[in-house]
Design a protein around this ligand. Structure first.
Ligand SMILES: NC(=O)c1ccc[n+]([C@@H]2O[C@H](COP(=O)([O-])OP(=O)(O)OC[C@H]3O[C@@H](n4cnc5c(N)ncnc54)[C@H](OP(=O)(O)O)[C@@H]3O)[C@@H](O)[C@H]2O)c1
Length: 275
């Protein structure tokens, strides 16, 4: 499958899922804008790996909590590429920036979540679309369980922010459909990459016993495919959405979770016959 001649910007592609997406799209021939926040070395390393895949691109710094930075990032894309075909809104602040339960979260922490997800997507899509022609792709990386449930208490800020982001995806999908641009959300399940913070995704920073508990939960059957995901699983799905053949799929949330989101949490596994 080819993305030759396409230009992509992936926010948060210095590390984790964003980096895997950048490398997959590069492998398919797209030129890549590698966005980072603080880790310039990781961003340069992503770009070097993009070049190893016989593609090219550039790195660009921005804090997605700041609207001026987002404008600067898009200006940079315009001056480097002159156009854009794929915009993936993936960056997310570090967990301590927003991780507090409903009765404790401070307004500044709430704003970190909302600004980095909803406002950044709103402005990013508004600025990306004019750079796109027919066949353009705008993709929001969400976490849909957090956006619709209420059980993971310290996720209230990010869950609410992802819910707003998913809603924006539907509105932009309608707004841009006649221009041939699709807008979708992609919702990864639990993702563990290599055991380092550059390639692993945020969860590899959890204490080992917590990581193991999450993995065991998936393996006993709460994920029908009996495993957690990898950044490459998410990158592969992103690549499929970017293909020309996906041009009639818009406004959707695509779950990339081995089936975890279709499990019924009300009954124990033994009763469901899924153990
Ligand atoms: N990991 C999972 O299990 C999982 C599951 C579902 C959904 N997701 C979603 O997938 C996306 C990526 O998650 P991940 O685990 O791969 O993330 P990660 O490994 O923690 O990487 C975060 C990325 O965001 C950038 N970033 C951090 N703060 C920023 C800021 N203020 N402004 C701009 N960029 C900033 C980082 O740049 P620097 O390297 O420069 O710091 C880095 O590139 C997120 O939207 C997350 O909600 C993840």
């Amino acid at each position: 499958m080819s993305l030759k001649g396409k230009y992509a910007l992936i926010t948060g592609s210095s590390r984790g899922i964003g980096r895997a997406i950048a490398l997959k799209l590069a492998e398919c021939g797209a030129k890549i804008g590698v966005h980072y926040y603080k880790n310039i070395d990781a961003a340069n390393d992503t770009l070097a790996k993009v070049r190893e895949r016989r593609s090219d691109g550039f790195i660009v710094q921005a804090d997605v909590n700041r609207t001026d930075d987002i404008r600067g990032m898009m200006d940079h894309v315009k001056s480097e590429f002159g156009k854009l075909d794929i915009f993936v809104s993936n960056a997310r602040p570090e967990i301590p920036e927003f991780y507090k339960p409903p009765m404790e979260i401070r307004v500044e922490q709430w704003q970190q979540a909302i600004n980095s997800q909803a406002t950044a997507f709103l402005l990013g899509a508004q600025l990306a679309a004019p750079l796109m022609g027919r066949g353009g792709r705008i993709i929001a990386i969400t976490h849909s369980p957090g956006a619709r449930s209420g059980s993971w208490q310290p996720w209230v800020g990010m869950g609410s922010a992802k819910a707003a982001m998913e809603s924006l995806v539907r509105y932009f999908a309608v707004a841009l459909a006649r221009r041939g641009i699709t807008v979708n959300s992609l919702s990864p399940g639990v993702i563990f990459g290599a055991a380092n913070l550059v390639d692993g995704g945020v969860l590899v920073g959890l204490p080992p016993e917590v990581q193991q508990a999450i993995k065991s939960w998936h393996e006993i059957g709460w994920c029908p495919s009996r495993r957690t995901g990898t950044p490459q699983d998410v990158a592969n799905a992103t690549m499929l959405i970017c293909m020309e053949e996906s041009n009639w799929m818009t406004g959707q949330i695509f779950y990339v979770d081995g089936g975890a989101s279709i499990m019924d949490p009300v009954f124990p596994l033994e009763i469901q016959g899924a153990a």
